[in-house]
Design a protein around this ligand. Structure first.
Ligand SMILES: NCCC[C@H](NC(=O)CCC(=O)O)C(=O)O
Ligand SMILES: NC(=O)OP(=O)(O)O
Length: 324
């Protein structure tokens, strides 16, 4: 594996999930694989889980880790080509990425979309340039349109908590309210991974969102799309809660009809569903406290599993480096 940007970078989904769960039961099984290798984590936006879980994963593999908070501590970055840099930007991504590639064997990058120009965000120009110029394997730590380490984690968590073999679990991605316009990266990615998992018989997948909040079709192939939350969550085994802004009216938020927050009474409509969220979550806006604090919430276990997702991916990349 030389890049981890989307589900398309994974050849065998089930195998990667199994490998992550094996690492969970034996974290130091490959403790020398990353010896004398350096991981660089570059953040253009805030992070708690991605930053710490990926560092922890690298430590389990014997790697050294460097973290660069580019947005706060780096030179102001120019990402467009062909501009005269006579304004506020100081360093071009061409040089910055190339230099970081000199110091690191594997790099991770987090960069959120600006949510102003759909074409620009969905072209993933910044991420692609970073890959091109740094010349080492790159892991997405969440980009404009996807968050693959989160989605792999989510699939691992569903596998871990679904012991039944007779039928695959019903998994529902449920839009939730928010006060801000948030990216579509997490839901796009979750949908992309669940659609692939559904095609491979691992889950049954439904998406519930108000009108005007449809995700881009490229991420939802094969999913059941429903505009009623109560209808969608009937019989659900896992409910994945997440807000996102409109893709159609790009980056905007519209008033929605009815109540979209999941609380205990709503949860009673499900098949005793476990509730997931990538975090951070705004209590009693996106998700009721009574659910977050109750026995059906999996959010902390899910965040814990971020380590094993990152470790499985880093392990694949290190193995490939070894073969060179
Ligand atoms: N990395 C996990 C999610 C990050 C981001 N959430 C946020 O920006 C929350 C901001 C707030 O609640 O003000 C998102 O939804 O894509
Ligand atoms: N879920 C997630 O990616 O969290 P952070 O933004 O804190 O890394």
């Amino acid at each position: 594996m030389t890049q981890f940007f989307s589900v398309a970078d994974v050849d065998n989904l089930s195998q990667l999930v199994d490998e992550a769960l094996q690492l969970k039961s034996n974290p130091f099984a490959a403790e020398n694989l990353g010896k004398r290798k350096t991981l660089g984590l570059v953040f253009l936006n805030p992070s708690l889980r991605t930053r710490l879980s990926t560092q922890k994963a690298a430590i389990h593999l014997g790697m050294d880790v460097m973290v660069m908070n580019m947005d706060k501590e780096g030179w102001a970055l120019e990402t467009k080509d062909g501009v005269v840099m006579d304004g506020n930007t100081v360093e071009h991504i061409r040089e910055a990425a190339a230099v970081m590639g000199q110091y690191c064997d594997i790099l991770g990058l987090r960069s959120f979309p600006k949510l102003q120009d759909r074409e620009e965000d969905y072209s993933e120009g910044l991420f692609r340039k970073f890959i091109d110029y740094c010349k080492v394997p790159v892991i997405s730590l969440e980009s404009a349109t996807r968050h693959p380490l989160q989605s792999l984690t989510d699939l691992i968590t569903i596998r871990e908590y679904w012991q039944e073999t007779i039928r695959p679990p019903k998994v529902v991605l449920a839009w939730a309210p928010h006060i801000k316009a948030l990216p579509q990266a997490v839901p796009n990615s979750f949908a992309e991974w669940m659609c692939r998992a559904q095609a491979e018989g691992m889950v049954n997948f439904t998406i519930a969102h108000p009108k005007g909040y449809a995700l881009a079709e490229e991420f939802t192939d094969g999913a059941d799309l429903i505009h009623s939350l109560d209808e969608a969550i009937k019989g659900a085994d896992f409910v994945y809660v997440k807000n996102w802004s409109s893709y159609e009216d790009y980056g905007k938020i519209h008033p929605v009809e009815g109540k979209w927050m999941i609380d205990s009474s709503r949860l009673a409509l499900t098949n005793g569903a476990k509730v997931m969220h990538c975090l951070p979550v705004r209590r009693d806006l996106e998700l009721a406290s009574e659910v977050l604090d109750g026995p059906d919430a999996l959010v902390i276990q899910e965040a814990g599993n971020r380590v094993w997702a990152a470790q499985a991916v880093l392990k694949r990349m290190l193995e490939q480096l070894q073969e060179k």
